[in-house]
Design a protein around this ligand. Structure first.
Ligand SMILES: NC(=O)c1ccc[n+]([C@@H]2O[C@H](COP(=O)([O-])OP(=O)(O)OC[C@H]3O[C@@H](n4cnc5c(N)ncnc54)[C@H](OP(=O)(O)O)[C@@H]3O)[C@@H](O)[C@H]2O)c1
Length: 280
């Protein structure tokens, strides 16, 4: 018997606080990186339903996919083809934001993973992962904060992988631990400016990340339990941001792992991970 799963409703306005102080001629926008697919595209779809937003700027490298998303979502989406691992491109983007544009929501979502041991990931690719997952988040924050008014929100996509060190995903989990710590500390720093930051820490999500993560390495992540739908994760993240939470964790299993990581020594957490992935 098929069960009718209820689709999560679009969250109430995240940008309403900023829109309240909007002056004539000003534009209230959301910026989403990694918007051409997966979780980022779902953030764009949900944010388009926010009546307080005039535009949603969708950033990724694939201009054709961004154009298709803009067509699907109607007039609000503005495709911005850009490589978020390129610091100079982000600085130029920040400098080109017109006066009168207020960034009410920034979703730092672009990122990729590689599953395997240290020797399965060439140095150039390793550096690129750090440049995108870490450098991209920091540079986008630096470029956008000057344009974010009081009441604005930043959501930085970390991962459940941020809770503990993960052998055979050592680099990816380290980049996500950075995003989590950076976001929570930045949230405290930005309180005076009235800007809230949420570290989003999902478990496995059904997206294209896995195809891109394969290295062909002998020891790699192969077991993906409690897979979530990207729309559910994005919807919960926007809801948590609206409630002022500095962390968003989707799903009972991921919440359990989060609590476990607070009480068990990291060595024990790594052992559990290796057993679960049959990598011992
Ligand atoms: N899937 C999961 O299980 C999972 C779990 C926890 C956290 N996350 C995190 O969620 C975020 C979104 O991942 P996803 O699962 O949606 O993966 P995805 O389907 O592979 O999407 C990744 C997005 O990032 C963009 N991107 C990749 N490299 C880029 C670059 N150099 N510059 C700009 N954009 C770039 C891609 O577009 P282009 O290729 O067009 O640039 C794409 O839109 C990532 O930060 C990921 O680490 C994912």
């Amino acid at each position: 018997m098929s069960r009718n799963r209820k689709k999560p409703a679009a969250p109430p306005s995240l940008a309403a606080l900023c829109a309240a102080e909007k002056r004539a001629g000003e534009k209230t926008v959301a910026v989403v990186t990694g918007a051409s697919g997966g979780l980022g595209a779902e953030f764009v779809r949900l944010l388009c339903a926010d009546p307080a937003l005039d535009e949603v700027w969708a950033i990724a490298r694939s201009a054709d996919k961004l154009r298709a998303l803009a067509q699907e979502c109607g007039g609000k989406v503005v495709p911005v083809p850009m490589d978020v691992s390129d610091g100079a491109a982000i600085r130029a983007f920040g400098a080109s934001v017109p006066a009168g544009v207020r960034i009410a929501v920034l979703v730092n979502n672009a990122g990729f993973a590689k599953f395997g041991s240290w020797e399965d990931i060439p140095d150039e690719e390793a550096r690129n992962m750090i440049d995108l997952n870490v450098g991209g988040v920091v540079s986008m924050a630096n470029a956008c904060i000057p344009h974010m008014p009081r009441g604005a929100h930043m959501l930085n996509i970390a991962s459940q992988a941020a809770f503990q060190p993960l052998p055979y995903q050592n680099l990816y989990s380290s980049t996500k631990a950075f995003v989590r710590n950076y976001s929570r500390a930045l949230n405290v720093e930005l309180r005076g400016r009235g800007i809230a930051v949420t570290a989003v820490c999902p478990g496995w999500i059904r997206t294209d990340l896995y195809g891109r993560a394969a290295t062909g390495g002998k020891k790699a992540t192969t077991r993906f339990c409690h897979m979530a739908q990207p729309r559910d994760v994005a919807s919960k993240a926007l809801k948590d941001a609206r409630r002022g939470k500095d962390m968003s964790v989707y799903g009972g299993y991921v919440k359990f792992c989060h609590v476990l990581a607070k009480f068990l020594p990291q060595r024990a957490m790594m052992k559990l991970w290796l057993c679960q992935q049959d990598l011992d």
